[in-house]
Design a protein around this ligand. Sequence first.
Ligand code: NAP
Length: 413
Amino acid sequence: MRITFDEQGLHVPEHPDIALIAGDGIGPDVSSTGCAVIDAAVKQAYGGTRAIAWVPVLAGEAAFAKTGEWLPKKSLDLLRACRVGIKGPLTTPIGGGIRSLNVTIRQELDLYACVRPVKWYSGIPAPVKEPEKLDVVIFRENTEDVYAGIEWKAGSKEADKVITLLNSISTGTSHPLLSGQTGIGIKPISEEATKRIVRAAISYALQQGRRKVTIVHKGNIMKFTEGAFRDWAYEVAAEFPQVVIEGKQGAAEGSSTDRRGKPAQPLLVNDRIADAMFQQLLLRPDEYDVIVTSNLNGDYLSDACAAQVGGLGVAPGANINYERGLAVFEATHGTAPKYADLDKVNPGSFILSGVMMLEHLGWQEAAELIVHGLTRAIANKNVTYDLARQMDGATEVSCSGFGREIIRLMGSR
Ligand code: NAP
């Protein structure tokens, strides 16, 4: 049955249709293992009263082979109709006018919030001494900034036109004139897009009982894009009575409750310049909690944070439009074609994206079972090759074997 959405939020039936894009390369391996783990957790949590009805959606190489299109309109329609989906990685087609299938899905469905939780799972080899100190959720704006795709090659007719225009505007100002052989890219940052991602981050922080939201920007240099992002973000923060802005007097009063029913604590909002933030996350990781930032900063920060906890292979992600109730959860790694169909790679990123999806559906009990099983499997050192090669005394298991291990351990004490 279809999930529905209205002003009260998502309405999830006992057997919801969930769109499934298996993905290319290692996608079918991680998604079949991941779906088996999710199904087992739902069955165990709800004794068979609930189950996911997977709706296969064609995209990527499988779609191209069958229809001649990388992302058929029918697939986008199915994603919209199901409202919630999960995907494995997709190949970025070379040529053919599509820059990236992932970017196309985000743009077509206006999935403006890229949400990346990053925390350490006990036992995962990490390059820092205290990886457990990092536990952040990054909200990355997903639709604009330099990812808007507005750019022209050096020497092209379009670049020449833009350069001529910019040079005419620059006359009499301190801006240097641009030379002819200059590539041009545009960095749009709008009030509307900034405010909706910041609103999403603050609402999430309040619901989850988090203590701080940090706005990350490079406003000291890019005043009218990144600086405006910071200013608009603070305007949104001021809309929330529970928010205290760092450095400002006065405690916030809040009568609302978090999702566990506890009275909501005041939420601190502050900002950091992006370069300082990279240092801070390494030196004082436990001072940060929810992070909200523009597209490019968010791209760099989420991978840097994931690497810091040794989690690049297991980092989950979600792309969400909160106003339309649309969400696509995704493994964050690529298609790693050399490992395709070998049943070898780590399915952790797809599985933890599935955990985020179950939480989004309100099926918390099933989500917790999976996290428990995964944590135990790692602690027992029964892991896929990528973790086994970094852990002393580990036993290497296959992709599906790791999934079976998680299922075996999910109900264990
Ligand atoms: P990649 O597919 O992520 O693979 C790079 C390396 O990362 C692999 O060779 C492997 O390292 C490791 N790796 C990736 N996933 C793993 C997993 N699940 N378990 C264990 N190790 C894993 O990156 P790429 O080679 O740059 O990209 C290949 C294709 O994927 C491109 O077409 C790219 O556009 C696409 N892509 C798609 C997405 C997406 O759909 N979200 C994201 C990124 C890239 P070792 O060789 O060291 O074992």
